[in-house]
Design a protein around this ligand. Structure first.
Ligand code: PAF
Length: 286
């Protein structure tokens, strides 16, 4: 039985009861419009924890003024039906007023880790993410929280926030779930036109190309970035916003590759900005 909880105090009461009983709580925070990528994280939590709680909340704090907050897909009935099928215990589904009853006065701010890549393109985005994730952690009180590796920068920042704020929560990164043709699953894929949907798997193909170059001994970032750019220019009509090679999880730009690296892409199609990445290197599973 899946229960939908809309009030913070009720959610806290439920999780406190489970904690007193010694039950472990797994948590998957989402903004809804669920797809297989989310369901994979939830199934992992269900397999590993006694109780699984997910949240569905489109967080206004993490959207910039020209971003898609109003247009972001909202489909709570469908989402609840999907998670019922797999056995999620609770859906925390608060209103914006419940989460932010007045003007927010105390924000969590991310430093250097948010000054590169997505953070550089979307000022304030990661401050909004960690502010809401902090609140959700205090409401849900999970033992383990699951985050997708598709948003690898978000994962690195949440891990750092958990360390810096001493949250007693284990963060588990879950591998990217892809369509059969390689396109990373995303709530924003619905915005692609038919033609763009045909082109979009080339993002992953360009990352595979980079991985092959790395496996064949290429260690120069500029060469890898140039090859990805060439491939994407030939195979997609999207505007290439970013191709970058950074260390992971430190997020320091790399010229000559060593250790774990994170190759990330952002491509803007007419109505959808897609991101994808691979983490490669000597100890990528750390
Ligand atoms: O990854 C997301 O969907 C969001 O950034 C999150 C973690 C649910 C916070 O709003």
């Amino acid at each position: 039985m899946t229960e939908v909880i809309t009030h913070i105090s009720e959610m806290q009461k439920i999780t406190s009861k489970f904690k007193r009983q010694g039950k472990t709580i797994g948590f998957v925070p989402t903004m809804g419009a669920l797809h297989d990528g989310h369901l994979t994280m939830m199934k992992q939590s269900i397999a590993e924890q006694d109780i699984t709680i997910i949240s569905v909340f489109v967080n206004p704090l993490q959207f910039g003024p020209n971003e898609d907050f109003d247009a972001y897909p909202r489909q709570i009935e469908q989402d609840v039906a999907m998670v019922k099928d797999i056995g999620v215990d609770y859906v925390f589904y608060p209103t914006t007023e419940e989460m932010y009853p007045g003007a927010i006065d105390v924000n969590v701010t991310v430093g250097r880790l948010a000054s590169v890549l997505e953070g550089e393109k979307r000022p304030g985005h990661f401050d909004g993410v960690v502010t809401v994730v902090n609140k959700l952690f205090n409401i849900v009180q999970p033992d383990v929280a699951y985050f997708g590796k598709k948003d690898a920068q978000q994962l690195a920042i949440v891990e750092k926030m958990v360390d810096d704020f001493n949250h007693n929560i284990l963060i588990r990164g879950v591998d990217i779930v892809r369509e059969a043709d390689g396109l990373a699953k995303s709530s924003r894929n619905v915005y692609l036109t038919d033609q763009e949907r045909k082109e979009a798997p080339h993002l992953y193909q360009s990352l595979k190309l980079a991985e092959r170059l790395y496996q064949n001994g290429e260690r120069n970032s500029d060469t890898i970035i140039a090859e990805i750019n060439k491939y994407l220019t030939h195979n997609t009509s999207g505007h290439i916003e970013e191709v970058a090679v950074y260390s992971y999880p430190e997020l320091i730009e790399q010229q000559n590759i060593s250790g774990n690296i994170f190759i990330s892409l952002a491509v803007k199609f007419s109505q959808a900005r897609l991101i994808d990445n691979v983490i490669i290197g000597d100890n990528k599973d750390d």
